[in-house]
Design a protein around this ligand. Structure first.
Ligand code: AMP
Ligand code: ZN
Ligand code: FE
Ligand code: FE
Length: 279
């Protein structure tokens, strides 16, 4: 089994990178990708753990981008982690995420007993900060019962506590990922439960810019959405992938609940600058 999308405490997953990899091996995965939001900080620890636990590792990142005013998550696989443009882009996003989280906590603190220190208590050192960390602080403060409840209420876009963060243009980021030797795959492109999704036109523009694939098999896609995206991938000559988007205890997603074919992985490895780390 091949699962190409997971998160660790280097961003908003609840488990350390080594633990994610160990759990992937225990779940019977042959290959796992670590794809933390806007960072490659977990790669070294994950690579060491992959060797130790006998699972292959695809080093990746889930880059926060935007198109048509809609949040677009772009998975990048096997890219040069030192490529200056991509590194600079992600640095800007991470620092904007920090400013944005502080603003959201300031707004929340007007109405709820939550502090910035509470949020930091749930955030790994140097982690890419996101709304899930604020959700954890709200759970500890007794404001909500779970991350899910926090997202369904006060953290939702459109509430008076929501603040957006900087995100680079999706089409430009597809080009930047390719320039860095990475393989760009559009994460959960039809996840309507998270808010607005981009029109097919945008996916066509991303494909023209070098997009490699669509993450079709994902829990946020119903059967009709998967069929539509599979057809679109075929029409545009894009790969199809599937994955869990595992976040540890932070979400119900289980490792390996959706998977990618060996054929798709072979193309990703062939196109990527880095190798898959094999034990
Ligand atoms: P942000 O990137 O800070 O705007 O937060 C969005 C992130 O929160 C997504 O990438 C998911 O990883 C996570 N997320 C979205 N919905 C939920 C939810 N209901 N429960 C837990 N995490 C969620
Ligand atoms: Zn996440
Ligand atoms: Fe995502
Ligand atoms: Fe994700």
């Amino acid at each position: 089994m091949i699962d190409l999308h997971t998160h660790s405490s280097a961003s908003d997953g609840t488990d350390a990178p080594a633990r994610v990899v160990a759990d992937a091996a225990a779940a019977g995965l042959a290959v796992v990708a670590l794809t933390d939001h806007d960072t490659t900080a977990g790669w070294t620890e994950a690579a060491e753990a992959a060797q130790r636990h006998g699972v292959a590792l695809v080093r990746g990142t889930e880059i926060s981008t935007r198109a048509d005013g809609v949040s677009v998550h772009l998975l990048s696989y096997l890219q040069d982690p030192t490529h200056p443009d991509l590194v600079a882009e992600m640095d800007v996003t991470r620092s904007s995420r920090l400013t944005r989280a502080r603003r959201m906590v300031d707004l929340l603190a007007e109405d709820f007993p939550v502090t910035w220190e509470d949020v930091l208590a749930h955030t790994g050192p140097d982690a890419t900060i996101g709304r899930p960390h604020i959700a954890d602080a709200l759970v500890t403060a007794g404001v909500v019962a779970s991350r899910d409840e926090a997202f369904a209420t006060v953290l939702q876009a459109g509430t008076r506590y929501y603040v957006p963060h900087h995100a680079p243009d999706a089409v430009a980021t597809v080009r930047a990922v390719r320039a860095a030797g990475g393989v760009p795959v559009f994460a959960h492109p039809g996840a309507v439960a998270r808010g607005r999704v981009v029109p097919e036109r945008t996916i066509e523009e991303m494909a023209a810019a070098g997009l490699a694939g669509l993450e079709v098999d994902h829990r946020d896609h119903d059967a009709a959405t998967r069929d539509r995206l599979r057809d679109l991938a075929r029409a545009l000559g894009l790969l199809v992938t599937g994955s869990s988007d595992y976040h540890g205890a932070g979400k119900p997603n289980r490792l390996g609940e959706n998977t990618t074919s060996p054929e798709s992985l072979a193309v990703i490895e062939e196109q990527g600058l880095l190798d898959v780390i094999r034990p």
